[in-house]
Design a protein around this ligand. Structure first.
Ligand code: 5GP
Length: 185
Protein backbone atom coordinates (compact mmCIF):
# COMPACT_ATOMS: atom_id res chain seq x y z
CA UNK A 1 0.00 0.00 0.00
CA UNK A 2 1.42 3.40 -0.91
CA UNK A 3 1.79 5.85 1.94
CA UNK A 4 0.30 9.34 1.73
CA UNK A 5 2.86 12.00 2.49
CA UNK A 6 1.46 15.43 3.38
CA UNK A 7 3.18 18.28 1.58
CA UNK A 8 5.14 20.59 3.89
CA UNK A 9 3.26 23.63 5.19
CA UNK A 10 3.95 26.32 4.23
CA UNK A 11 5.27 25.07 0.89
CA UNK A 12 8.96 26.05 0.69
CA UNK A 13 9.36 29.32 -1.18
CA UNK A 14 5.72 30.42 -0.76
CA UNK A 15 6.04 32.63 2.30
CA UNK A 16 8.43 35.58 2.42
CA UNK A 17 8.90 38.22 5.06
CA UNK A 18 6.40 38.40 7.93
CA UNK A 19 5.11 41.96 7.68
CA UNK A 20 2.69 41.93 10.63
CA UNK A 21 2.94 39.50 13.53
CA UNK A 22 0.03 37.83 15.31
CA UNK A 23 0.76 39.93 18.41
CA UNK A 24 0.58 43.17 16.43
CA UNK A 25 -2.76 42.05 14.97
CA UNK A 26 -4.21 41.24 18.41
CA UNK A 27 -3.27 44.70 19.75
CA UNK A 28 -4.56 46.59 16.74
CA UNK A 29 -7.85 44.66 16.54
CA UNK A 30 -8.45 45.38 20.25
CA UNK A 31 -7.85 49.11 19.65
CA UNK A 32 -10.23 49.24 16.65
CA UNK A 33 -12.85 47.32 18.65
CA UNK A 34 -12.60 49.88 21.46
CA UNK A 35 -12.92 52.74 18.99
CA UNK A 36 -16.00 51.22 17.34
CA UNK A 37 -17.64 50.56 20.72
CA UNK A 38 -17.02 54.20 21.61
CA UNK A 39 -18.25 55.57 18.26
CA UNK A 40 -21.46 53.50 18.27
CA UNK A 41 -22.43 53.81 21.93
CA UNK A 42 -26.23 53.52 22.15
CA UNK A 43 -26.48 52.02 18.64
CA UNK A 44 -26.48 48.48 17.28
CA UNK A 45 -24.28 48.63 14.19
CA UNK A 46 -24.57 46.02 11.44
CA UNK A 47 -21.07 44.77 10.76
CA UNK A 48 -20.82 43.52 7.18
CA UNK A 49 -17.83 41.31 6.51
CA UNK A 50 -16.65 40.94 2.95
CA UNK A 51 -16.09 37.21 2.31
CA UNK A 52 -13.88 35.41 2.38
CA UNK A 53 -10.80 37.46 3.18
CA UNK A 54 -12.23 39.39 6.13
CA UNK A 55 -13.68 36.38 7.94
CA UNK A 56 -10.90 35.92 10.50
CA UNK A 57 -10.55 39.67 11.09
CA UNK A 58 -14.29 40.21 11.49
CA UNK A 59 -14.60 37.25 13.90
CA UNK A 60 -11.92 38.76 16.14
CA UNK A 61 -13.14 42.33 15.65
CA UNK A 62 -16.74 41.82 16.78
CA UNK A 63 -15.47 40.11 19.94
CA UNK A 64 -13.31 43.18 20.60
CA UNK A 65 -16.41 45.43 20.51
CA UNK A 66 -17.81 45.75 24.01
CA UNK A 67 -21.40 46.47 23.00
CA UNK A 68 -24.21 45.11 20.84
CA UNK A 69 -23.47 44.42 17.19
CA UNK A 70 -25.10 42.37 14.46
CA UNK A 71 -23.23 40.52 11.74
CA UNK A 72 -23.89 39.92 8.08
CA UNK A 73 -21.69 38.95 5.15
CA UNK A 74 -21.51 39.51 1.47
CA UNK A 75 -19.13 38.04 -1.03
CA UNK A 76 -17.58 39.78 -3.97
CA UNK A 77 -15.25 38.59 -6.63
CA UNK A 78 -12.78 40.82 -8.36
CA UNK A 79 -9.58 38.79 -8.27
CA UNK A 80 -10.72 35.20 -8.92
CA UNK A 81 -7.73 33.01 -8.15
CA UNK A 82 -5.36 35.51 -9.70
CA UNK A 83 -3.06 37.86 -7.84
CA UNK A 84 -4.03 40.75 -10.15
CA UNK A 85 -7.44 42.43 -10.17
CA UNK A 86 -9.71 41.88 -13.14
CA UNK A 87 -11.06 45.39 -12.49
CA UNK A 88 -14.67 44.17 -12.29
CA UNK A 89 -16.52 43.76 -8.97
CA UNK A 90 -19.26 41.15 -8.83
CA UNK A 91 -21.54 40.36 -5.85
CA UNK A 92 -21.59 36.60 -5.52
CA UNK A 93 -23.40 36.46 -2.18
CA UNK A 94 -25.80 39.21 -1.15
CA UNK A 95 -26.68 40.45 2.35
CA UNK A 96 -29.13 38.29 4.31
CA UNK A 97 -30.58 41.26 6.21
CA UNK A 98 -32.05 44.66 5.37
CA UNK A 99 -29.73 47.56 6.14
CA UNK A 100 -32.29 50.33 5.61
CA UNK A 101 -32.02 52.81 8.53
CA UNK A 102 -29.17 50.77 10.03
CA UNK A 103 -25.66 51.92 10.90
CA UNK A 104 -23.46 49.78 8.66
CA UNK A 105 -19.75 49.06 9.04
CA UNK A 106 -18.22 47.43 5.95
CA UNK A 107 -15.24 45.29 6.95
CA UNK A 108 -12.62 44.49 4.30
CA UNK A 109 -9.42 42.46 4.55
CA UNK A 110 -7.35 44.76 2.35
CA UNK A 111 -7.91 47.88 0.29
CA UNK A 112 -5.63 48.15 -2.69
CA UNK A 113 -7.03 50.20 -5.60
CA UNK A 114 -10.18 50.87 -3.57
CA UNK A 115 -12.34 49.55 -6.42
CA UNK A 116 -14.09 46.95 -4.23
CA UNK A 117 -14.73 49.31 -1.34
CA UNK A 118 -15.97 52.16 -3.55
CA UNK A 119 -18.40 49.73 -5.19
CA UNK A 120 -19.60 48.40 -1.83
CA UNK A 121 -20.15 51.88 -0.37
CA UNK A 122 -22.34 52.76 -3.35
CA UNK A 123 -24.13 49.41 -3.14
CA UNK A 124 -24.83 49.95 0.56
CA UNK A 125 -25.91 53.60 0.16
CA UNK A 126 -28.50 52.51 -2.42
CA UNK A 127 -30.19 50.59 0.42
CA UNK A 128 -30.67 53.79 2.42
CA UNK A 129 -28.84 52.95 5.63
CA UNK A 130 -28.64 55.43 8.52
CA UNK A 131 -24.87 55.60 7.94
CA UNK A 132 -22.04 53.70 6.27
CA UNK A 133 -18.59 53.42 7.80
CA UNK A 134 -15.64 51.49 6.48
CA UNK A 135 -13.01 49.36 8.13
CA UNK A 136 -10.05 47.50 6.64
CA UNK A 137 -7.37 45.41 8.27
CA UNK A 138 -4.81 46.42 5.63
CA UNK A 139 -4.40 49.48 3.44
CA UNK A 140 -1.86 49.20 0.66
CA UNK A 141 0.40 52.23 0.52
CA UNK A 142 -0.05 54.41 -2.54
CA UNK A 143 -1.96 57.46 -3.65
CA UNK A 144 -4.78 55.56 -5.38
CA UNK A 145 -7.07 55.65 -2.34
CA UNK A 146 -6.89 59.40 -1.71
CA UNK A 147 -10.59 59.86 -2.46
CA UNK A 148 -11.49 57.07 -0.01
CA UNK A 149 -11.75 58.16 3.58
CA UNK A 150 -11.60 54.85 5.45
CA UNK A 151 -12.83 55.16 9.04
CA UNK A 152 -10.88 52.31 10.66
CA UNK A 153 -7.54 51.10 9.28
CA UNK A 154 -5.50 48.32 10.87
CA UNK A 155 -2.15 48.66 9.12
CA UNK A 156 -0.58 50.31 6.09
CA UNK A 157 1.36 47.79 4.03
CA UNK A 158 3.85 47.98 1.16
CA UNK A 159 3.02 46.90 -2.43
CA UNK A 160 3.76 43.17 -1.96
CA UNK A 161 0.95 40.61 -2.40
CA UNK A 162 0.24 39.29 1.08
CA UNK A 163 -1.37 36.23 2.67
CA UNK A 164 -2.47 35.11 6.12
CA UNK A 165 -5.11 36.01 8.73
CA UNK A 166 -7.86 35.40 6.18
CA UNK A 167 -6.03 36.53 3.05
CA UNK A 168 -5.30 33.83 0.51
CA UNK A 169 -3.26 32.92 -2.51
CA UNK A 170 -5.51 30.65 -4.63
CA UNK A 171 -7.46 29.76 -1.43
CA UNK A 172 -4.32 28.78 0.51
CA UNK A 173 -2.75 30.32 3.62
CA UNK A 174 -5.88 31.96 5.08
CA UNK A 175 -5.08 30.09 8.32
CA UNK A 176 -1.70 31.71 8.97
CA UNK A 177 -1.85 33.73 12.19
CA UNK A 178 0.23 36.55 10.71
CA UNK A 179 0.46 38.61 7.52
CA UNK A 180 3.34 37.68 5.24
CA UNK A 181 4.54 38.41 1.77
CA UNK A 182 3.51 35.70 -0.73
CA UNK A 183 6.53 34.66 -2.75
CA UNK A 184 5.08 31.60 -4.50
CA UNK A 185 3.96 31.44 -8.10
P1 5GP B 1 -9.14 46.60 -4.48
O1 5GP B 1 -10.53 46.46 -5.06
O2 5GP B 1 -9.04 47.59 -3.36
O3 5GP B 1 -8.11 46.82 -5.55
O4 5GP B 1 -8.77 45.17 -3.91
C1 5GP B 1 -9.38 44.66 -2.77
C2 5GP B 1 -9.49 43.15 -2.79
O5 5GP B 1 -8.44 42.56 -3.56
C3 5GP B 1 -9.34 42.60 -1.39
O6 5GP B 1 -10.58 42.47 -0.74
C4 5GP B 1 -8.67 41.25 -1.64
O7 5GP B 1 -9.65 40.27 -1.87
C5 5GP B 1 -7.89 41.44 -2.91
N1 5GP B 1 -6.46 41.74 -2.63
C6 5GP B 1 -5.80 42.90 -2.90
N2 5GP B 1 -4.53 42.83 -2.53
C7 5GP B 1 -4.36 41.59 -2.00
C8 5GP B 1 -3.24 40.91 -1.41
O8 5GP B 1 -2.10 41.43 -1.29
N3 5GP B 1 -3.46 39.65 -0.98
C9 5GP B 1 -4.67 39.02 -1.09
N4 5GP B 1 -4.75 37.78 -0.64
N5 5GP B 1 -5.75 39.64 -1.64
C10 5GP B 1 -5.59 40.90 -2.09
Amino acid sequence: MSQWTPSPFPVPGDIGEILITGEQIVDRVAAIGRQIAHDFRGEVPMVVGVLKGSVIFVADLIRAIDGPVQLDFLAVSSYGDQTKSTGVVRIIKDLDHEVTDRHVIIVEDIVDSGLTLRYLIEYMNARRPASVRTCTLLLREGDHTDDLDIDYVGFDIPPAFVVGYGLDAAQNYRNLGYIAEYTGS
